[in-house]
Write a new protein. Structure first.
Lengths: 332, 581
């Protein structure tokens, strides 16, 4: 995206923007958000991606309405009349625009409902991992010493974990088992979306923590921190009021890069049978169900696959766009 | 006991394929081969059987699964064995005539054919002492046999299984080389049928002893054949069997056609393992030459293709049943009316479509499968006269009535219990489970559905009463031989409930049924036996401990130049009767 040509053009545009402001007579300093928005809205690709995600979010929120309007059955209603006499599913048709899956469920309805799962994971798991990561990173970077050692070594240990195996292990250990017990910790941990979100958060905060720690290490030596300290500001105040605002840009950029990872991770876990539990629809689960019959019934892998691809791509493009807009000098 | 259905199911799942079976009476109208008596074939030629997985066992003392039997019955000769079209009465094989019963059925005398000889390197005549040794070694830890205690435990002096060394069983006598006498502690109809299991194939003690001294026994890779074929031997005397890759069967030079009912047309049979992509393998078979399927059934798309365009290359062999067990010890399924409501609500047509539709089986209305002794007595195709199993698409109205009888005024389940259900995590089994889950939800149940691999489903959940799984949607039964006892004793007798490896999945423990099973076991007359087991089937169904939904027909395919014969008792190709056109 950032070819030299584009850079030159955007600089020219910025100059024009500045000139226009001067000509209008009112010279006002632009706030960082204004600068950011000014740059972002010139990035057509990122804007398209953003538009796509807004539509996707609307689809997820209004999934029941959309399925109703499309006149297709709900996502968990198998209809045997849509299968032929060999039990094989029928492809896209007027009644079922995306065809039906192996037991006669509407693929369109399932793809639409699948968006809910992906976005839930995208928002909740990312929020959790970013929250943990930022706090851990700031404390490690600011306090240094044994706090830093403990957190950094903890991160090293977590990074060495085989994550998929961990997730599969938790899922199989915390399912229902002997004596009719259900889940671990009194039933609070069992296979399902909540577990997926927890596992992702548990694993993914480490990247954010490392980045934040690095930034804080250099920020804490800056003059404004010195100044705050000499004015007698408390450590909490310095961390949250002085340092944190300076971390917003990297946090936003890395957050948008974590999101697509998390969506793919959910898909992988559901594909492996650890994620959402049947009959709930998730794109990863739909792809897993379809893998045995791809050569004869392409539609129930292709539609959720395309949806997953577009969503992940959109998040990645927005991530790029944001990082350009927040820090145009960044050399990528 | 009958573990081979598990194996079959596991294979099906592993290969993401449909295992398929179906209706009564020899073959299907849609297909040509396998129906009726096998046609006479041409001598000579090489056949290649494609397997997805390795054979589980090749030692006649351990063989237990369908693919094992396919190979073992071409290489070994038990006392009795089944001709391809006969499901009910085994023909004398190593034995010269049917067994003679005396002493009220407690003494069973079998005469052996003279002149049945082992292939190299043993090259001698098989004797009654070899049969005795074959049974004795099956009680050792070196030769883990799945059914020895079940059927041969009633022989006087039979030890507990898992012995360190073969011990002399006093109840098996060999007055001369061609006579073997079994003394039983009680009369048993099943014992006589069990003489057709491969445990009775002779094993030469003098030769096998040193291999059996190791645990596990090494006899499997040094075995001596009595059947028309033997595993090809290398220069060192060991068989040339590449585990997981291939095994070659060649003619046994010491086999005499005069002593055997097997025509043994083929000169050479290759078993090729490791065809994990079963769709590709199935297409190879349909389009290739000299190929048959070994351990895997073709997937529904291939079945469809074959039925529509290559009818003469596919055949369907009826076999066992499949059902969804409802745990009678778990709330709210402990209420018979709730179970009847669930059976009534079950759409068996929708369930059957998950496996491949009408071509792969008949809708089950009770447990004993078509063609099995006692089937007509149990109600035949129409089933017992019970309203809740009448409607093949399920009846929500009737289900609601039964729910009301159970105390749920709305006709839907309104209690607080969640039903735990454990089923397959892939393949057709997963589809069946999801369809059934949606049917339970229609009745108002909340379902906690755990998906696991097929063998885990059994070993950790459905076979373990302590796991308290309410619904096991992927179980089924394939009896050791065609007899009511092999169908009902392990699956619905309260006395069969054990803490591990339990196969009474609904944990049905109904005194009248237990008593009827105990009485029926002792009956030796076939007609009376059939009647008794047919009645037991009706008694079990009246308790609604499960939703029987299909009597499978297993699909088997062959290349166009293969004249195949299906062993109906095993629902797979019979290598000794198959030929190349």
């Amino acid at each position: 995206m950032t070819t030299p040509g584009v850079d030159a053009r955007s600089e020219a545009a910025e100059n024009r923007f500045a000139t226009e402001t001067i000509q209008s007579g009112a010279v006002t300093a632009r706030t960082p958000p204004q600068l950011f928005w000014g740059r972002l809205r010139r990035d057509k690709v990122a804007l398209c991606a953003l538009g796509f995600l807004v539509v996707l979010a609307l689809i997820a929120i209004f999934a029941p309405l959309i399925v109703h309007l499309a006149g297709v059955p709900g996502p968990n209603e198998p209809d045997k009349s849509t299968l032929d006499s060999f039990g094989l599913p029928t492809g896209p048709s007027g009644e079922h625009p995306f065809g039906v899956d192996g037991i006669g469920r509407d693929v369109f309805a399932r793809t639409v409902y699948g968006a809910r799962v992906s976005l839930e994971v995208a928002i909740l798991a990312t929020a959790l991992s970013v929250g943990i990561g930022v706090i851990a990173g700031m404390f490690a970077g600011f306090y240094r010493g044994w706090v830093d050692t403990a957190i950094s070594r903890g991160i090293d240990v977590l990074l060495a974990f085989p994550i998929l195996l961990l997730a599969i292990g938790i899922a199989s250990a915390c399912s229902f088992g002997r004596g009719g017990s259900s889940g671990c910790l009194g039933g609070s941990v069992k296979p399902g979306l909540a577990l997926v979100i927890l596992v992702i958060a548990f694993v993914n905060w480490t990247y954010m923590a490392r980045i934040v720690r690095g930034q804080v290490l250099s920020l804490r030596e800056k003059e404004f921190v010195e100044a705050a300290r000499s004015l007698g500001a408390s450590k909490t105040r310095i961390i949250f009021r002085e340092i944190l605002p300076n971390l917003v840009a990297p946090i936003i950029v890395y957050t948008t890069l974590i999101v697509p990872q998390n969506i793919l991770f959910e898909a992988a876990l559901s594909f492996l049978g650890v994620g959402v539990q049947p009959p709930q629809a998730s794109w990863g689960k739909m792809i897993a169900d379809a893998q045995g019959s791809f050569d004869t019934a392409w539609w129930f892998m292709v539609f959720p696959g395309v949806a997953l691809l577009l969503t992940v791509l959109a998040f990645n493009l927005i991530g790029d766009g944001l990082s350009d807009a927040l820090d145009p000098r960044s050399d990528r | 006991m009958s573990r081979h259905v598990w194996r079959v199911l596991a294979l099906a799942v592993a290969a993401l394929t449909a295992l398929t079976w179906s209706a009564c009476g020899g073959g299907d109208a849609a297909t040509g081969i396998g129906a009726g008596a096998p046609a006479k074939g041409k001598k000579g030629g090489t056949l290649n059987a494609l397997f997805a997985n390795d054979l589980e066992h090749i030692d006649p003392g351990e063989a237990f699964y369908q693919p094992d039997y396919m190979m073992v019955f071409a290489v070994h000769r038990p006392l009795y064995s089944f001709e391809p079209t006969n499901l009910e009465v085994a023909s004398p094989d190593l034995a010269a005539a049917p067994p003679k019963l005396s002493d009220g059925g407690r003494t069973v005398t079998v005469k052996l054919k003279p002149g049945v000889r082992y292939g190299p390197p043993v090259n001698r005549t098989a004797t009654s002492a070899d049969v005795k040794y074959a049974i004795e070694r099956a009680f050792t830890a070196a030769v883990p046999n799945g059914y020895a205690p079940t059927y041969f435990g009633i022989v006087e002096g039979a030890p507990e299984p898992g012995r360190k060394k073969p011990t002399d069983i006093k109840g098996i006598e060999t007055p001369d080389e061609e006579t073997i006498v079994f003394r039983l502690s009680e009369s048993s109809g099943a014992f006589i049928k069990a003489l057709s299991l491969p445990i009775t194939a002779p094993v030469p003690e003098d030769y096998a002893k040193r291999y059996d001294a190791e645990t596990p026994s090494q006899y499997a890779t040094h075995q001596a054949a009595t059947g028309p074929y033997m595993i090809e031997a290398g220069k060192d005397g060991r068989i040339t069997y590449e585990i997981g890759k291939r095994m070659t069967l060649v003619r046994n030079p010491n086999w005499s056609a005069a002593t055997d009912f097997r025509p043994a047309y083929l000169d050479r049979i290759e078993l090729t393992m490791g065809n994990e992509d079963t769709t590709v393998a199935a297409r190879q078979i349909l389009k290739g030459k000299g190929l048959i399927n070994g351990d895997f059934p073709p997937d529904p798309p291939v079945i469809k293709e074959a039925v529509q365009r290559r009818k003469s290359q596919i055949t369907f062999a009826p076999l066992g049943n499949r059902y969804i067990s409802l745990n009678t010890k778990v709330k709210p399924l402990d209420d018979v009316n709730v179970r009847k409501a669930i059976v009534a609500a079950s759409d068996r047509n929708a369930l059957r479509l998950t496996r491949g539709g009408p071509i792969v089986g008949d809708l089950a209305t009770h447990f004993l499968a078509p063609g099995q002794p006692g089937f007509e007595e149990a109600g035949g195709m129409k089933g017992p006269n019970l309203d809740f199993i009448q409607n093949p698409d399920g009846s929500m109205a009737l289900a609601a009535e039964y729910m009301k009888k159970a105390g749920y005024a709305s006709g839907r389940y309104t209690g607080s219990e969640t039903l735990t259900m454990v089923g397959d995590d892939s393949g057709v089994g997963a589809r069946t489970a999801e369809v059934f889950q949606s049917q339970l939800q229609k009745l108002g149940f909340e379902v906690d559905f755990r998906q696991v691999p097929h063998d885990t489903m059994f070993s950790k959940f459905c076979n373990v009463p302590e796991a308290r799984v309410a619904v096991c949607p992927n179980v089924g039964w394939l009896p050791d031989f065609a007899d009511g006892q092999a169908w009902f004793d392990p699956t619905f007798s309260g006395e069969s409930i054990v803490p591990e490896n339990n196969s009474n999945w609904p944990q049905l423990d109904f005194p009248a049924i237990n008593e009827a099973i105990d009485d029926a076991k002792k009956i030796t007359g076939q007609a009376r036996r059939d009647k008794a087991w047919g009645k037991i089937d009706r008694m079990v169904m009246a308790q609604a401990p499960a939703v029987p939904w299909i009597w499978d027909k297993q699909a088997n395919i062959a290349s166009s130049d293969v004249q195949g014969a299906i062993a109906r008792w095993n629902a797979q190709w019979d290598l000794s009767f198959t030929s190349i056109k």
